[in-house]
Write a protein that binds this ligand. Sequence first.
Ligand code: NAP
Length: 320
Amino acid sequence: MPETHEVIIIGSGPAGLTAALYTARANLSPLLLEGEPSSTSDQPGGQLMLTTDVENYPGFPDGIMGPELMVNFRAQAHRFGVQIETVKATRVDLSERPFKIWVGDPEAPEPTYQGHCLIVSTGAQSLMLNLDREIELVGHGLSTCATCDGFFFRDQEIAVVGGGDSAIEEATFLTRFASKVSIIHRRDTLRASKIMQKRAFDNPKIEFIWDTVVTEYLGEDSISGLRLRNVRTDESYDLPVTGVFIAIGHRPNTDVFSGQLEMKDNGYLVTQPDCSRTNIEGVFACGDVQDDVYRQAVTAAGSGCMAALDAERWLESQHS
Ligand code: NAP
């Protein structure tokens, strides 16, 4: 028989653990499925597990390491009795209540868990170049978030990879700190909007490196340069930089909800305005899985709180 819970939360980044904390303190005895450590993309703790210094999370005047912050989030949820399982949901059936969740074999006849209410906080992942040592260099010169890490590259020469709005926006933002920003793009035209392109072309600190891909990260413990290859001439050369920002897009972790929860064209979950309700009554979404705009730990945590309050009120309305 599946274990039945009042509230099940899937995903354990700042959004999921905040939702867990709030629902636990509302005596809803939530079950949190935190994911599995085998995965580098949607591992327990979310994207902060892949960062080093976090200097923009309020309440930590001296900053805190990303993994340490998530250990604290988890410990705080644990203190209020959240049941945390280190498993990944492999299938969900949201067609009727209680909602059904499988972990392990998705073809198993019986689900593992049932929940009267579901909070989805499975997050998103930055697309990466999949080069050697990429994950270990995150936080050591390699970043996927200019807002978070730009400050560390004051007066340095750095690079941004990508040709969309994110790459151009990040590069433009990074010129506030860096002495020079090279945008490395695999084609000779940008995908970014014309107005953002113009802003970048007019910025004297930005240089474009066209028709070029990164083939290797250089440097032992941190980035000291990039090996580049021009895809037209096949010429390879090294670009000395102390930092590189990968801005080639994000992917929300929503595969398991496909065909059940309403999504935008880019795969992010749709929530109703000013709340965390999805298209299915009793299913709420929070954090990066439904946010393709702000993508900050603090906004994720805030939306986790919203989802918990929405879930609590919805459950109350069901019992009255
Ligand atoms: P995007 O529009 O999908 O652009 C991704 C860029 O990365 C493309 O230029 C692509 O090259 C390149 N790329 C993809 N895979 C690559 C790889 N493996 N190696 C090298 N380059 C690779 O993603 P985005 O820039 O994150 O934007 C996502 C959405 O958010 C867009 O709709 C965008 O308009 C929106 N957005 C808006 C704003 C704003 O308005 N302020 C800011 C950020 C994002 P190709 O061009 O060759 O495919």
